[in-house]
Design a protein around this ligand. Structure first.
Ligand SMILES: [Zn+2]
Ligand SMILES: [Zn+2]
Length: 69
């Protein structure tokens, strides 16, 4: 599970939270990436929000993984 950090006050939030409870600003969303990183190509690729699997190694994307956990 990845965490988001408020860029203004530094509070930590879980993946599913979109706004800082203290500042009210929108938290930066991590891009949908390969969770396996088994090939050199994986870390350079950003997938669409609804992509479930990495096209290079077949691992789940980070968004798909977060939804399953
Ligand atoms: Zn904040
Ligand atoms: Zn991959």
């Amino acid at each position: 599970m990845m965490n988001k950090i408020c860029p203004k006050c530094g509070r930590r939030y879980t993946e599913i939270e979109n706004y800082c409870t203290k500042c009210g600003i929108e938290l930066e969303k991590d891009k949908n990436r390969c969770s396996g990183n088994k090939t050199a190509m994986c870390s350079h690729r950003v997938f669409e929000d609804d992509d479930m699997y990495c096209s290079y190694c077949g691992s789940l994307t980070t968004y798909a993984k977060a939804k399953l956990e």
